[in-house]
Design a protein around this ligand. Structure first.
Ligand code: SF4
Length: 410
């Protein structure tokens, strides 16, 4: 086999990592090297943020340790039966690349995943060695996100959390039966057990209120990714999985990644991508569950899909017209959060504002940028929706949402 130079390996292994969306660095521990010690920072000036042509965040060096894999998950380009060019970094190469990119101001940290080489333990050991070397030998203070190998021994999974800011285990498919069919070597029970172990470790090692000033000694959160459109799961099923993951495993984030058809793929997979809007609507619905007090069942039941034409909050409002109009001068925060067009920040500002004065439509316009979407759903000091409140079909009266387009830098 030809020996690849570092640049060729980087081309292969950064491309192979692009299918993983769970790389955001939000919520990590803050560190810097302003004291003249150590290397790197998780924040501050001088950090470049770059975006791939497909819009995904690459301010982290996002790579696989290797795209060799002994597993054969049908939806994965790196599966053992795939005919892709393979490469593998050594631990030292990943460490040198991370430090080199950091010092050239290209990145603020490392996102490291891997195919499974030899065994879960062997792979996890190599990844932990990367993180340990960065932290202990080079005093690297930038962000590290490690993709955990659920089959690795619990001790290794826990050790990964000592060096990383964020860990994630991709559950990938929303339904257990899809995972069994498309990724037969994966065991959903093992994945859940590993997630449960990380949750316990995070909770046990979180600093108590009184020592909040102390730096954390352990990873601050875990996340996962669900692929959308690779199986038959409807949006309601996907959100049910997320609801369970947030509730049972304390996940910080569930990322939704639209299925990308891969070369020579299995006939069990769809030949085309799902609409980009589907991924977007799932993020909006996820947001409603986490920040707006919506129950998953209010948004989409099992087997139901989200409406691609309107956002899920507006869809809920249109299906629950009897709950509107809402008096913005009297309603509690919980109900204000249900008004289409009002976000969490606008609601908080509104609650403060109405302690000072009666709120008018003009005030809502200032808070939200536009009051057009709100009009049929609110009563303000100088406004009632009148016949609009009872109009059978409200959609033509509402502002049209711009069709989403993939951004490009070029
Ligand atoms: S274990 Fe991971 S890298 Fe290997 S085939 Fe499955 S999804 Fe791909």
């Amino acid at each position: 086999m030809a020996v690849l130079d570092l640049k060729s390996k980087l081309a292969i292994l950064s491309d192979a990592a692009k299918y993983d969306a769970s790389c955001a660095s939000s919520g990590g521990q803050r560190r810097d090297s302003l004291d003249g010690k150590g290397v790197g920072s998780t924040e501050g000036m001088g950090i470049c943020h770059a975006y791939a042509p497909d819009g995904r965040c690459i301010s982290l060096l996002k790579i696989l340790l290797t795209n060799f894999c002994i597993y054969d998950c049908a939806y994965c380009i790196n599966r053992s039966s795939s005919n892709v060019k393979r490469a593998r970094f050594t631990v030292e190469e990943v460490v040198d690349l991370t430090l080199g990119f950091y010092k050239r101001n290209y990145i603020e940290g490392l996102f490291l995943s891997s195919g499974i080489i030899r065994s879960g333990d062997y792979t996890m050991e190599e990844m932990v060695r990367v993180a340990r070397t960065l932290r202990e030998v080079h005093d690297f203070r930038g962000y590290i996100h490690l993709k955990l190998i659920p089959e690795a021994s619990p001790a290794l999974v826990l050790e990964a959390g000592l060096y990383a800011d964020r860990v994630s285990i991709n559950i990938e498919l929303p339904k257990d039966e899809s995972l069994t069919a498309l990724a037969p070597e994966k065991d959903v029970g093992v994945i859940k057990k590993a997630m449960g172990g990380v949750r316990l470790a995070i909770e046990e090692r979180a600093p108590q209120k009184k020592d909040r000033a102390q730096p954390r000694k352990y990873v601050t959160g875990q996340s996962t990714q669900l692929i959308v459109g690779a199986d038959e799961a409807a949006d309601g099923d996907i959100l049910a999985r997320s609801e369970n993951l947030y509730g049972s495993y304390g996940l910080k984030r569930v990322y939704y990644s639209a299925f990308s058809p891969i070369p020579d793929s299995s006939s069990r997979l769809p030949p085309q991508k799902p609409p980009l809007m589907r991924e977007h609507r799932l993020y909006q619905a996820d947001w409603l569950m986490r920040y707006y007090g919506f129950e998953r069942a209010e948004i989409a039941g099992p087997g139901q899909n989200l409406d691609l034409a309107v956002d899920p909050k507006l869809a809920w409002a249109l299906a629950n017209r009897d709950r509107f109009p809402i008096d913005v001068n009297a309603a509690d925060r919980e109900m204000l959060l249900r008004i289409p067009g009002l976000g969490v920040k606008s609601v908080d500002s509104l609650v403060v504002l109405r302690r000072q004065k009666r709120v008018r439509l003009e005030d809502l316009k200032k808070l939200c940028g536009s009051e057009k979407k709100l009009r049929p759903f609110v009563i303000a000091d100088d406004w009632t929706p009148g016949p609009l409140a009872d109009a059978d079909d409200l959609k033509p009266h509402l502002p049209r949402e711009a069709a989403p387009q993939q951004l490009s830098l070029f």
